[in-house]
Design a protein around this ligand. Structure first.
Ligand SMILES: Nc1ncnc2c1ncn2[C@@H]1O[C@H](COP(=O)(O)OP(=O)(O)OP(=O)(O)O)[C@@H](O)[C@H]1O
Ligand SMILES: [Mg+2]
Length: 320
């Protein structure tokens, strides 16, 4: 594919470990593996879009250089039709040996936490059978969903949401190369909606750039179905001072115009609690209430009623 047609997340995916943003300790250890040309099985755990696949590809690149072809097998645990297929593919891959200075190939299994415990036990045996010719890199969102025997066979790497400075640096690089005009408030908006997910941040920038080369916070909030934090705070302030009807009108705008779901509103409210001008004790109570209403939503209660009930509760918190 021509570079211009690639999604920016692919176009700007770092090729070398040194260029991966954040995750410093992890990258240092992976670099040492690459230098020694040796590594154990690895388990990468962490939220989406923070560099797990990127680090795997970069590590493979540093290990094999131009001879990467055929050295890494990428599998996705959730779209294969079961562990038997995965095992079959691993078997074929491990068999076709053509290794020179590095005596192992890499099997990268994405979304390993989607495998049932039974399938994981089968995988564990497969890991053992081919331990001579292969190293496994398992990627997951939650390491707690990986069975103990696999965890104990892997070096575990925790990937964390990216810091503001790291996201900004990458966005600045992309913006410069794509000749975009991105002001500080637009960067702030993208970081706010990305929540430290670099994939989301870059996609947001690409999505916003379709409207204009000049990126504004307005566009960012619009395409992300997020409200400006300021508007959430305004709604919260109204609710806290007992202006229920006005808070409800504000809610209307957020849900109808921005297309926020009830859960979106509650999550954003949660993120604003720290910034509200109320005593600590009330914040604690409020977080407890937010937890309760979030639970009701997840259980399938009517979202409009629940969010309004939360606003009504906030009036009670505000009066105390
Ligand atoms: N740490 C990072 N440094 C630079 N770019 C990154 C980083 N993390 C993610 N990206 C960007 O986001 C895209 C997606 O990242 P990646 O595929 O590594 O996510 P992941 O952690 O594997 O997520 P998932 O759990 O969804 O598989 C990359 O193509 C890259 O453009
Ligand atoms: Mg991935």
């Amino acid at each position: 594919m021509a570079d211009a047609l690639l999604p920016w997340t692919e176009k700007y995916r770092p090729k070398r470990l040194a260029d991966v943003a954040g995750q410093e300790n992890n990258m240092r250890t992976l670099e040492a593996f690459a230098q020694k040309k040796d590594m154990p099985n690895l388990l990468f755990a962490g939220p989406p879009g923070v560099g797990k696949t990127t680090a795997t590809l970069a590590l493979a690149h540093e290990l094999y250089g131009n001879e990467l072809e055929g050295k890494i097998l990428e599998l996705n645990a959730s779209d294969e039709r079961g562990i038997d297929i995965v095992r079959g593919k691993i078997k074929d891959f491990a068999r076709s040996v053509s290794l020179r200075d590095i005596p192992f190939k890499i099997v990268f299994l994405d979304e390993a936490d989607a495998l049932t415990p039974e399938a994981q036990h089968a995988l564990r045996r497969t890991m053992e059978i081919y331990s001579g010719q292969t190293r496994f890199i398992l990627s997951c969102n939650y390491s707690s969903k990986i069975i103990e025997p696999i965890q104990s066979r892997c070096a575990i790497f925790r990937f964390v949401p990216l810091k503001e400075a790291d996201v900004r640096k990458m966005l600045e690089k992309v913006a410069a190369s794509e000749k975009l005009d991105v002001g500080k408030d637009a960067f702030d908006a993208i970081f706010y909606v990305s929540e430290g997910d670099m994939r989301k941040a870059i996609n947001m920038l690409q999505g916003a750039s379709i409207h204009s080369k000049k990126i504004t916070p307005d566009v960012v909030y619009k395409i992300s179905a997020r409200a400006r934090p300021k508007e959430i705070r305004e709604m919260a302030d109204l609710a806290l001072k007992g202006s229920f009807t006005a808070a409800r009108e504000k809610l209307n705008v957020l849900m109808m115009e921005y297309g926020l779901s009830g859960e979106d509103v509650i999550l954003q409210l949660y993120r604003e609690v720290a910034n509200l001008d109320i005593p600590e004790k009330r914040k604690i109570y409020l977080v407890d209430r937010i937890g309760e209403y979030n639970f009701r939503l997840v259980e399938g209660a009517n979202e409009r009623i629940q969010v309004e009930a939360l606003l009504a509760q906030m009036g009670v918190v505000g009066r105390e």
